[in-house]
Design a protein around this ligand. Structure first.
Ligand SMILES: [Zn+2]
Length: 62
């Protein structure tokens, strides 16, 4: 199996997670957020990790 075909040197949108830096506040608990593992949508509330996992649909948990 050639699993290492996609080297994570220049992954682009997939592969290694790129942390997006910024200054947000959690829309639920008000925690300050300075890094996100994804690009936040400007017209959507941003949640901290904690609230995210709470808001995520349960079918995503494994
Ligand atoms: Zn929160």
């Amino acid at each position: 199996m050639a699993f290492n075909k996609f080297d994570n040197q220049r992954g682009g949108n997939f592969g290694p997670r790129e942390m997006v830096k910024g200054n947000w506040k959690c829309g639920e608990c008000g925690t300050e957020i300075t890094e996100l593992p994804f690009e936040p949508a400007p017209d959507r509330p941003i949640y901290c990790k904690d609230c995210w996992s709470k808001k995520r649909p349960p079918r995503f948990s494994r």
